[in-house]
Ligand binder design. Structure first.
Ligand code: CTP
Ligand code: CA
Length: 228
């Protein structure tokens, strides 16, 4: 939607969006990362802002950005920084959409010097990162709407439903990789919306902008249903 012409049902509301990959440092010149571009999360941040919300976008290392005047971008690098900045913003947030592709593991310690090539192989010990969605789900109040993403390659619906429950989210956006042209690095997405008390809602292949509009629209419906 367009900022000037769109209705403003989220006027006075605050929203948190996470987007992009995280980088977990191995040594001063190397990291563990993923192919997320951040485009989907940025589109959601802009759509929430178009609906009148004041948005904090916690954005990992991405070439993408937004210049939307109602979106404040906080740049982060690692899963730990994403957790810290998201927790801060969540305290004031009415809506949180966690679209970032967060690394599940980070090196147990970062080497202070560049790791030199040796004749043998190299093993790096990894330790789990903070799960921001899980932790926000634990502190969520009834007036807050919490939305997560899930990318699954097998048993999509089953795994997605499990995530909805395990992380105490109000909605999980299932991102399909199955369809040609969908997912990481593409400008279109094939998504399914999973909520508590309704059947999964499969959407057609949409541009990221249209997918963002559908997701935000569904959030508005959920919030409206809760109040009535
Ligand atoms: N997430 C998060 N912090 C993490 C890992 C995931 O906030 N350390 C969030 C993601 O932003 C997403 C949701 O949790 O909204 C689900 O992420 P996903 O990677 O699909 O689920 P995991 O619980 O990490 O499980 P797995 O990777 O094993 O499928
Ligand atoms: Ca994960």
């Amino acid at each position: 939607s367009d900022f000037l012409s769109a209705p403003k049902p989220l006027k006075g509301k605050k929203a948190l969006v996470t987007a992009g990959p995280t980088y977990e440092r191995i040594d001063p010149v190397r990291f563990i990362g993923n192919f997320s571009t951040g485009k989907m999360g940025i589109a959601i941040a802009e759509e929430l802002a178009n609906m009148g919300a004041e948005v904090t976008l916690v954005l990992g290392p991405s070439h993408e950005k937004t210049l939307h005047p109602q979106v404040r971008t906080v740049r982060i690098e690692s899963a730990n920084e994403l957790y810290i900045e998201s927790s801060k913003a969540f305290a004031q947030a009415d809506i949180a959409v966690l679209a970032a592709a967060v690394a599940d593991y980070r090196p147990e310690q970062m080497a202070t010097e560049k790791i030199k090539k040796a004749d043998t192989g190299l093993s790096i010990s990894l330790t789990k990162t903070e799960d921001t969605l899980l932790s926000l789900g634990k502190i969520k109040t009834p007036s807050q709407t919490l939305v997560g993403f899930a990318l699954e390659t097998t048993n999509e619906l089953e795994h997605g439903k499990k995530k909805l429950e395990a992380k105490n989210a109000d909605m999980i956006v299932l991102n399909s990789l199955r369809d040609e042209g969908a997912g990481f690095g593409h400008d279109t997405n094939k998504i399914t919306l999973l909520t508590r008390n309704a059947d999964p809602e499969s959407l057609p292949l949409l541009s990221k902008k249209d997918a963002a509009a559908a997701i935000v629209n569904h959030i508005l419906k959920l919030r409206h249903a809760e109040k009535t």
